[in-house]
Write a protein that binds this ligand. Structure first.
Ligand code: FPP
Length: 233
């Protein structure tokens, strides 16, 4: 079983368009899919599940679409805060929260606080919000540079672990399997550093249509791969 699965929740807009619905309706069903798959991951023993919910570039979308996404974040973070302890899935947010509305920042603080009470071994569903891989690495480089300037770090002691510890994912293992639905075959700035040895799985299924069966198919495919991490087997 992969320990960490990540997904770009793609195809919501097309799903809605096919039905003559506003794009926000696709996101609403996509968020339900997130809840279903996050729960399923916990049930089958995938400890970490991470989704791309808003990129640093998605702010360019029409205001009503961005507002609808914020409303979904409110709804699901509130729900997570209320049910997390009982469901046993820690919900966490990865990304730069600074530009988010204050009430969402407060909800994120609240969910983080409850997630911390679940302990290290808890199944974890992470929402990447205002996340960008390059932005994440740039910020990490800046923090490392500040430590060098402060004289607390010698440049010759900078390792991959030094960088990894400054990323939003510092507390997560690297993803084993990254799923991209909706027929797109690109990375789109998602988990650039962390995906160095991830297996990718691309499927034409639109995210709102993605089922637990589809996750099983992706995991079966993953289990047929030979992971060598640059070595030989
Ligand atoms: C990409 O599909 C999807 C997004 C930019 C947003 C994803 C966010 C959600 C599903 C809501 C998440 C909220 C929670 C709380 C889980 P797209 O809009 O680019 O689709 P398209 O390529 O068909 O246009």
């Amino acid at each position: 079983m992969p320990r960490h699965i990540a997904v770009t929740m793609d195809g919501n807009g097309r799903w809605a368009k096919k039905r003559g619905l506003p794009r926000s309706a696709g996101h609403a069903v996509g968020a339900e899919t997130f809840r279903t798959i996050a729960t399923y991951c916990k049930d089958i023993g995938v400890q970490y599940f991470t989704v791309y919910a808003l990129s640093t570039e998605n702010w360019k979308r029409p205001k009503e679409e961005v507002d609808a996404l914020m409303e979904l974040f409110r709804k699901y973070l509130r729900e997570a805060a209320e049910t997390m302890a009982e469901r046993g899935v820690a919900v966490r947010v990865l990304g730069n929260c600074t530009p988010l509305p204050d009430d969402i920042k407060a909800l994120i603080g609240e969910t983080e606080r409850i997630a911390d009470t679940l302990g290290e071994g808890a199944a974890t569903a992470s929402l990447c919000i205002n996340y960008g891989g390059r932005n994440e690495i740039t910020n990490a480089a800046r923090r490392v540079a500040e430590r060098v300037r402060a004289g607390t770090l010698d440049p010759k002691d900078i390792t991959e672990e030094t960088i990894g510890a400054e990323l939003y994912t510092a507390h997560l293992p690297d993803p084993d399997l990254i799923i991209r639905p909706s027929g797109e075959i690109r990375l789109s700035n998602f988990l650039l550093w962390q995906s160095a040895y991830a297996e990718y799985y691309f499927t034409p299924i639109l995210w709102p249509d993605f089922t637990t069966r589809d996750l099983d198919d992706a995991i079966d495919d993953f289990n047929r791969r030979s992971r060598r991490f640059g070595g030989v087997k």
